[in-house]
Design a protein around this ligand. Structure first.
Ligand SMILES: C=C(O[C@@H]1C=C(C(=O)O)C=C[C@H]1O)C(=O)O
Length: 93
């Protein structure tokens, strides 16, 4: 039982570490979205760029499948990130 508890603790510590990195990278991605949003606002360019969004989504699927992730999961993940990215850009800050 001690072995099990130790092993769980070790894996959970690693998960916490990876989660921290995931959140930090997401925050960095959204900072970049915000910078793009300011450029778009100045140039009166639409926030949503369907061709670029499609290109990024395909890249997610390509990278995801290379790492053994489900296509459905990756698609949903990108939709969520894209929605938040556009929301941040629309704030116009
Ligand atoms: C960040 C951009 O704006 C939007 C958000 C995207 C994204 O978060 O990947 C991609 C395309 C756009 O719909 C961009 O134009 O590159």
């Amino acid at each position: 039982m001690d072995n099990l508890r130790d092993a769980l603790e070790e894996y959970r510590a690693q998960i916490d570490d990876v989660d921290e990195q995931l959140i930090a990278y997401l925050a960095r991605r959204f900072e970049l979205s915000q910078s793009i949003g300011i450029l778009k606002l100045d140039a009166s360019v639409a926030v949503v760029q369907p061709d670029r969004a499609k290109e990024v989504q395909e890249r997610y699927i390509h990278l995801g499948t290379r790492h053994g992730l489900h296509r459905h999961f990756i698609t949903e993940l990108f939709e969520l990130i894209h929605e938040e990215s556009c929301r941040i850009q629309s704030r116009g800050e």
